[in-house]
Design a protein around this ligand. Sequence first.
Ligand code: ZN
Length: 650
Amino acid sequence: MKSKNHFKRPIPNKRVGINDKFWGRYIGLVKNVVIPYQWDALNDRIPDAEPSHVIENFKIAAGLSQGEFYGYVFQDSDLAKWLEAVGFSLDVNPDPELEKRADEIIDIIVKAQQDDGYLNTYFTIKELDKKWANLRDCHELYCAGHIMEAAVAYFEATGKRKLLNAMCRFADYIDTVFGTEPGKKRGYPGHEEIELALVKLYRVTGEKKYLTLSKYFIDERGKAPNYFNKEAEARGEKTDKVWERLGLRYYQAHLPVREQTTAEGHSVRAVYLYSGMADVAIETGDKTLIDACKKLWRNIVSKRMYITGGIGSTSYGESFTFDYDLPNDTIYAETCASIGLVFFAHRMLQMDVNNTYSDIMEKALYNSVISGISLDGKKFFYVNPLEVWPEASEKSKIKEHVKVTRQSWYGCACCPPNIARLLASIGQYIYSTHKDEIYTHLYINGETEINISESKIKIKQETRYPYDERVMISVSLDEEKEFSLLLRIPGWCDNAKICINRDEINVCNTKVNGYAKLKRIWKNGDVVELVLPMMIQRIKAHPNVRANIGKVALQRGPIVYCLEEIDNGQNLHEIVLSHKSELKAEFDDNLLGGIPVINAEAQRYNSPWKGELYKAKVESQYRPVTVKFIPYYAWANRTPGEMMVWITER
Ligand SMILES: [Zn+2]
């Protein structure tokens, strides 16, 4: 065990006011469009969407309606994530009508709970005698975790305990079923989630047994003989036939977690597990767990992650594959996986403040997370490709999961409410504090109040980041006070400038782990001006990434860019960027509600071909063209067509 005294705490969502052009738009969208829209979807009121039936499932389980269960075994989690998003939204935008709707659905959820505390509509309606008999596939603990998270968020927003108390009863019951004590099952979830939820429940109630239960699930995972295999034998099944090639790696149950050094299997499950491991490590100071988290983190970000922060290279098992296998067109990169990567990064950041973590958190947020939602908030991507050829998506089996347009809803609707809860809670990712230190991880216009040894310090950010490179940070406090304000200097920025009350300071001298540490006696009205020059960067991939050799991607600030057919014509693969070509960043007020674009001089392959498939002695010819790049997150919001992030360079 190691001292955990140096671990930081994030400033909660409720205490961070956001008034930001970029994220404020998303937060407003979640409140005004996404939450009402998803409520309609959960109630099966969207005409062109796949049915959900989740509210009806809860009503049937509660005895308020007659009928059969419909949907996946994890259907309950869609409502839970919606409710969690409502909690986060109410943190900053009180809305009595929405709160009333949430109270009403909470009444139904609690009515669906069994006397012993068990809650799961699938098993309650269909086969209560089979509960806990197939942890590998049936998602009971996963759904439990999501409702626990919803309960915590709703309690923190409103102070209402009804769902929280119900979820404590559920956790108490789960604690009687699972553990190492005689008579208990030595199981753990096939889809991780409850681990991080139990830590949240522990933090809000102070009940140690929830932390112990979370630690149990993590410690037990992957031990031999394997629980999932034993459980399958008891059901009369031999092995996991569905994920034969992945085996137990699919569930991250191939090894005890402390022996796992590479990110394996289903990518959402993986990053949820790692987030739970990090949470337990933060609460216990367990060095072996911290080391395991660091190894897994390094493996992901140095060998298994897309430039957008997407993870999961294949649709088979929605999983990680192997180092440097990052195809752009058969990619999976589920929206939920990038959201999970944000969770993991945020937790690592509290253990060890370093821009290694916050840069990746930012990368995922500004690219692969928000590419999952349309600009109008009504359509969603499950898979986030880096290259799209519509005919291939239509006709090729191996690319059929790569959609050219976002969908209204999914039968398996994990991603849409997951984005909603993340966007509604973006405030909690901005600041952390520890003793006399205030850390700023993200630059988002707004303000917060932070307590430093009994002094209240108000921090206000004024910025148009990520469109603009300037951030003004003002400090308000009653009496002068010595403390450190630490500002993240993103890894993509070479020449950051900082002035305090107009006096420039040497940034290099202040840098600790990628953060400028400004330690001084602060006075009311002090102003820090941070300038993060956003040059357009031509990013290359490691040469082992076969898909990207000889190619380049453009990035400005945290935003990765792409080409779309609607701006650049068909056959985007013919476009070539010379390393000398001029690149110009501009803000286009008229495009997609106002977005930054990059206009570039490029070339298009233009050699004469007359129907031959193969030919010798071809003289490569190119004609000059002007091309327009848009932010990756904004693609697929106009006429559907081709899209490409990595462009050939010569
Ligand atoms: Zn998902």
